[in-house]
Design a binder for this molecule. Structure first.
Ligand SMILES: Cc1ncc(C[n+]2csc(CCOP(=O)(O)OP(=O)(O)O)c2C)c(N)n1
Length: 682
């Protein structure tokens, strides 16, 4: 079978091997151009899987481009969601969508999300991005085919690094147990993952012996030899011996572009225009890819996005956005830097053991050994295996080690939730978990990589302490404290993007005690315009309202206070609730009693901060009968989206402008009800 008209059963065109090679080459050109237009994404892995993609979508799998959801189609599951551009191009080259549209990759609300979302793009089959789940989904789809006597085949594309996830092997057993000879696994064996060689990070070989011993048929091929690919796919399709089949395809990451080939650094990187042109020249594609048209299409879409976002923003008398005027300028730095800095400084303590989960550089945990190679014996590369690493950290802690591990917050605090609950928290072990890239501001990777729910779980776990620092300086202080002075399970959570630096060496940081921040004046440097004191030392100034914030929402709350002062003359008490657990109840209670309005501001699903603050207010006898108006800023019960970080801040309505707008709305209620007077009279 191949590209098929499902109405007539006819195959409009059969591509021969030479034509498929030509199509694969063109696909590489489109891949580079679309990645360049997006400015973020994964060049290495998309280039290594493109020959297989071409063979599958244009020759082997049954697909009807006019009806991508045709029931008789073969199902192709991309377990490696980060290779989404290759999937999108497979669909586009098969005719399921316009090739030009793939240039909308990673843009806000685009069907071509950073990681595939099947509800946005028909034909993309399932939503993926969290590694190690696709084979299990495919097992379910293949069993459904058996139950319903449907003849379709289920293909699932995986990475070799991805084989480190234990769930893969659970699914491998299921495939054999249920005799799924309609299931075909394909492993893109390019030998690299993010932190380096798969064999160094966590060896998975010999994959052939492993799959065979688990009861699968195994085919080994050169994943760039089109004839071998087609033959293997056809053979796997025909094999009918009651066993699933895996095709182990030896590939080269970055295949086709000399400077990307076999270079780990090109995993999550995209070419700039110069590199794109160089790549296209090497592929003999100069003039053959409509680069200008693709760029223009992306630009026009982007212009529309920006127009829509602007329309969504609350309006004030002038533009208060970061660094838009000559005063109140702010410097920005990614908060995660403070984490790495602390590990570098404190890492000589022999009790500290750091566990790497294949995203070590970008979350800065590798700073632990970067300048101190002698610490390498206390650096454990655990591969892409968050669940096992979490329980291993508990084991290390049990024997007196200070175990530290980190990855994207959604994999550090959700994928492994049961291990955190039982092995770490129930046992009350001294394990430090770093949830990096939290909140919507992660940006173009999209929903699967945006931890918007982690704090519900972390704050809900008995024995767990939770800190969400507001900038890189506070992250450093919090890490210093949690690492060496706090014993027990602890979660530190920070954002990916560079965010405003609003504290300095003299700013107080006391675990479990909030800070109060007050706008004092307008000046050249934003941070210098504010005064910060420990909430317990603060003497109320009869401010109009309070904003309680955590993490990167603290700078937004500060900017909101500035907007509120300039636009309405309102005085705002900002509470930096850097420690989410234990929560500083007293800081919220006093703020509620003294200002009558409490607006919470969080950069994830509304709840961990909002509900906690609200329950503190409603459950406090001191406030019985006292009117307190509350409002919540945060993500409103929806999944994230791809887009630039600051675009997402606007799209998800978590900017200073949104906070200020909400506060002004509540001030109107308070003034109408005369609550302020009532409060003062008490
Ligand atoms: C559960 C989970 N953990 C971590 C990541 C982050 N991540 C994205 S790609 C990647 C490396 C994948 O390596 P491999 O499977 O070999 O793919 P390839 O090198 O071919 O791109 C990692 C760790 C993720 N997406 N999902």
């Amino acid at each position: 079978m191949a590209i098929t008209d499902s109405k007539t059963g006819k195959v409009p065109k059969q591509f021969n091997i030479e034509e498929l090679k030509e199509q694969a080459n063109l696909m590489r050109g489109y891949d580079l151009a679309c990645l360049c237009a997006a400015g973020s994404g994964h060049a290495g892995g998309t280039l290594s899987i493109i020959d297989i993609t071409t063979a599958l979508y244009m020759h082997v799998a049954a697909i009807d481009p006019k009806d991508p959801l045709w029931d008789g189609r073969d199902r192709i599951i991309w377990s490696t969601g980060h290779k989404a551009p290759a999937l999108y191009l497979g669909l586009a080259f098969a005719g399921c969508c316009d090739k030009k549209d793939v240039a909308l990759l990673r843009k806000l609300s685009s069907p071509f999300q950073g990681h595939p979302h099947w509800l946005k793009l028909p034909g993309s089959e399932v939503s993926s991005g969290s590694l190690g789940q696709g084979l299990s989904v495919a097992v379910g789809i293949a069993i459904a085919a058996k139950l319903d006597n449907k003849p379709y085949k289920t293909y699932v594309i995986m990475g070799d690094g991805e084989q480190q996830e234990g769930s893969i092997w659970e699914a491998v057993m299921e495939g054999a147990q249920y005799k799924l000879d309609n299931l075909i696994g394909i492993v893109d064996c390019n030998g690299l993952q993010i932190d380096g060689k798969v064999s160094d990070v966590m060896n998975v070989e010999p994959l052939d012996e492993k799959y065979r011993s688990f009861g699968w048929n195994v085919l080994k091929i050169d994943g760039h030899d089109m004839k071998q690919i087609v033959e293997a796919l056809e053979k796997a399709k025909a094999l009918n011996n009651g066993k699933p089949t895996v095709i182990l395809a030896k590939t080269v990451k970055g295949k086709g572009v000399s400077f990307m080939e076999d270079v780990a650094g090109w995993h999550g990187k995209t070419p700039n225009v110069e590199e794109l042109n160089k790549g296209l020249a090497e592929l003999n594609l100069v003039g053959k890819i409509p680069v200008d048209e693709l760029f223009a299409h992306a630009k026009a879409y982007q212009a529309e996005v920006e127009k829509k976002l602007e329309a969504k923003m609350p309006k004030f008398s002038r533009d208060y956005w970061w660094n838009k005027s000559d005063t109140m300028k702010v410097a920005m730095k990614p908060t995660r830097m403070g984490f790495g800095q602390s590990l570098a400084e404190n890492g000589d303590d022999e009790r500290i053991v750091c566990l790497g989960l294949d995203i070590s550089g970008s979350i800065t945990i590798s700073e632990f050994y970067a300048k101190n190679p002698n610490r390498k014996n206390r650096w454990l590369s655990m591969g892409i295996a968050e669940q096992s690493a979490t329980a291993a950290a508990a084991g290390l802690a049990k024997e007196g080690k200070i175990a530290v591990f980190g990855t994207y917050a959604t994999f550090a605090a959700a994928r492994n939730l049961d291990q955190l609950r039982v092995s770490v928290c129930y046992g009350n072990f001294n394990v430090m978990v770093a949830g990096a890239h939290g909140g919507v501001s992660v940006g173009p990777d999209g929903a699967t990589h945006q931890a918007l729910e982690d704090l519900f779980a972390m704050c809900g776990l008995p024995n767990m302490s939770v800190v969400v620092p507001c900038d890189s300086v506070e992250t450093k202080k919090a890490t210093d404290f949690l690492l060496l002075k706090h014993v027990g399970p602890k979660y530190i959570r920070f954002a990916r993007e560079a965010t405003p630096i609003v504290s300095d060496a003299n700013t107080p940081f006391v675990f479990g005690k909030a800070n109060v921040i007050r706008l004092r004046r307008e000046c050249e440097n934003f941070a210098e315009g504010f005064e910060t004191v420990l909430a317990s030392d603060y003497v109320g100034e009869q401010e109009d309202l309070t904003i309680v914030a955590c993490g990167p929402m603290v700078p937004e709350a500060m900017r909101a206070a500035y907007i509120l002062k300039k636009e309405f003359g309102y005085e705002t008490r900002i509470v930096n609730m850097h420690t989410m657990k234990p929560f500083d109840d007293d800081a919220v209670l006093r703020a509620a009693a003294e200002t009558g309005i409490v607006v919470t501001a969080e950069e994830h699903q509304i709840g961990p901060l909002a509900w906690k603050a609200s329950s503190v207010i409603t459950a406090s006898p001191a406030l019985y009968g006292t009117p307190v108006i509350t409002g919540y800023i945060g993500v409103k019960d929806r999944f994230g989206d791809s887009g630039a970080p600051w675009e997402l801040i606007k799209e998800f309505e978590v900017s200073a402008e949104h906070i200020a707008h909400k506060a002004a709305e509540l001030m109107a209620v308070k003034e109408r009800k005369g609550i302020a007077e009532e409060m003062l009279a008490r």
